[in-house]
Design a protein around this ligand. Structure first.
Ligand SMILES: [Zn+2]
Length: 286
């Protein structure tokens, strides 16, 4: 599933591609891709001129000059393409045609992605936590945690911080030497501080590399991101840790896979002592 850096990359490309254009026609190929009534969606879309394209968490937001606002959530396999390739043709869900003759297609093999109309931009996506792109914002969220849930689950909780998924949660925890099963409320002040610095740094670096290109994510321009060349643990199960050489392990936490270096990321012992001091460098930039 695309996470904050991948969605931000798509939003930037989409903005260049459709801003200022007017939706001339629209076709819904699979009505359940639209949350709410497709008839109303179509009525509000037709004639809408795109004023801006924005992002909130993992949602793409498209605002019309008339105040119309809708979101696209890509979920597992959703993608936006200008020109569908042969493999996309059986998975077209919604197609927009613009006044200049260009098209935008929402393609979604597994059909979990959703387009949704909102009363206004301010009312969109209720319940989402803040954007984790500033240290102070992340620190404030971490300091407020009073839960014994594993820190990995907390980082994936979109109501606490919006936009982090499996890739960047695993990378941030490795960078800070924190084991993903550590209860959130057991993080000490130093760990909170390091995590609050690592999350925005890792997300921004990934945005700069146009995201991580894995199986399911493709940018609109069909240009690959490059962040997959810079992952320390995600997708590296069995490969040697880039810090210490220990094989990276894959754990299941709350139904999701977690990638961990068992040497660099140790669980804290009861009583506040740590089983191991993480790599002093924390994260060595490559
Ligand atoms: Zn290691």
């Amino acid at each position: 599933m695309p996470e904050l850096p991948e969605v931000e990359t798509i939003v930037r490309q989409l903005r260049r591609r459709i801003k200022g254009k007017t939706i001339a026609s629209m076709r819904v190929h699979w009505r359940r891709s639209i949350e709410g009534r497709p008839g109303e969606f179509r009525r509000r879309m037709l004639g809408m001129t795109v004023a801006t394209v924005c992002r909130r968490g993992k949602y793409i937001g498209i605002a019309g000059a008339d105040g119309t606002f809708f979101t696209i959530h890509l979920r597992m396999t959703g993608k936006l393409v200008g020109e569908p390739v042969a493999a996309d043709r059986g998975h077209l869900r919604v197609s927009f045609a613009f006044n200049d003759g260009t098209m935008l297609h929402f393609v979604d093999a597994r059909k979990f992605g959703r387009l949704r109309l909102w009363p206004c931009r301010g009312a969109a996506c209720p319940g989402l936590g803040p954007e984790p792109l500033r240290d102070a914002v992340v620190l404030s969220a971490l300091r407020g945690l009073r839960t014994r849930r594993p820190i990995k689950s907390v980082l994936l909780d979109q109501t606490i911080l919006a936009g982090i998924g499996n890739i960047y949660a695993d990378e941030a925890l490795f960078a800070t030497g924190i084991h993903p099963l550590t209860p959130a409320m057991a993080l000490n002040a130093g760990q909170q501080q390091r995590l609050a610095e690592a999350v925005p740094r890792i997300l921004k670096a990934a945005i700069g590399r146009r995201g991580t290109t894995l199986r399911n994510y493709r940018s609109i321009d069909d240009r690959s991101g490059e962040n997959q060349e810079h992952l320390f643990v995600y997708g590296r199960a069995g490969a040697p840790c880039l810090e210490c050489g220990t094989p990276i392990e894959k754990l299941r936490i709350a139904g999701r896979s977690s990638h961990v270096c068992p040497q660099c990321q140790k669980m804290p012992l009861a009583g506040g002592r740590r089983a191991h001091t993480p790599c002093a460098s924390g994260l060595r930039p490559r």
